[in-house]
Write a protein that binds this ligand. Structure first.
Ligand code: API
Length: 268
């Protein structure tokens, strides 16, 4: 029996996902659906699939699947869009929401303008680990590993336009140093506390933005003495502001959340 699944296409700074409220439309085999539906010519077209659900530990739950079907621990841009979705689709009237993710409970503060959510601030918790890597040979640079629940490799360069991301991204994503693969960010300091960043995402390739990647980049910039604790991360699809709170040690990410369209697809 073929059923129809209602979905909403949303993006956070251009990082676009398919959102499904699984309390109304349960999804069997989400990994397979993420692969099929993320395809641009034969599917809906997206960076992946995000499932909104219930939780006994938080207001809502979120699961994120990359375009290759792999499930990730967290999605920064996606969490902001989940906040927008649950408020605007009437699942809650709260403007401070807890979200249960595979990377722990996140706290979302929704910023409302004319009854719609314009931006969201997410308490992303503390970075879980950081470490430097001095590459040899083909890559003459030093990178910083940062975990935001999901793995990131951040490399600062003098001129980001000289980085061939389609070539170097997959090489580093799949490098033997990263048994679970890694997200790959290249960044350039372009002003005081202002960072330009491009990303090759694990499981999705080049995306317009990466929220956890922006957090990792801001953490790496501060650790390496390149910025203060608060910085703007400018990505291909938009900008997010990251603050590493000195007291709590938590990372606060503030950025946009945008609805594109509602749709329906057959769940074959
Ligand atoms: N590709 C990531 C998941 C999506 C994260 C990103 N889109 C974000 O906004 O944080 C991973 O496999 O860890």
């Amino acid at each position: 029996m073929i059923s129809k699944i209602k979905f909403t296409k949303m993006h956070g700074a251009g990082n676009d996902y398919i959102y499904v409220d699984t309390t109304q439309y349960p999804i069997t085999d989400p990994a397979k659906k993420a692969i099929e539906w993320s395809k641009f010519h034969t599917g809906i077209g997206s960076d992946g699939l995000i499932l909104i659900g219930i939780s006994d530990k938080a207001d809502f739950s979120m699961r994120i699947f990359n375009a290759d079907g792999s499930e990730a621990m967290m999605c920064g841009n996606g969490s902001r869009c989940v906040g927008k979705y649950v408020y605007e689709y009437g699942l809650t009237d709260k403007t401070e929401i807890t979200l249960d993710t595979r990377s722990g409970i996140k706290i979302l503060k929704l910023h409302i303008e004319e009854k719609t959510v314009s931006t969201v601030t997410v308490d992303m918790g503390s970075p879980l680990e950081t470490d430097g890597i001095q590459w040899e040979g083909k890559y003459p640079f030093r990178s910083t590993k940062v975990s935001m629940g999901n793995p990131h490799l951040v490399t600062f360069v003098e001129d980001i336009t000289r980085i061939d991301l389609p070539e170097i991204g997959p090489e580093l994503e799949n490098h033997p140093l990263f048994p679970d693969r890694t997200n790959v960010e290249f960044a350039q300091i372009v002003g005081k506390d202002t960072i330009r960043m491009r990303v090759w995402e694990r499981g999705s390739g080049i995306t317009q933005a990466c929220g956890t990647g922006a957090c990792a980049t801001a953490v790496a910039a501060f650790i390496n003495g390149l910025t203060g604790r608060k910085s703007d991360v400018i990505m291909d699809g938009g900008t997010v502001t990251i603050e590493w709170d000195e007291i709590s040690g938590h990372i606060l990410m503030t950025g946009p959340a945008t609805k594109v369209f509602d749709g329906e697809i057959e769940d074959k």
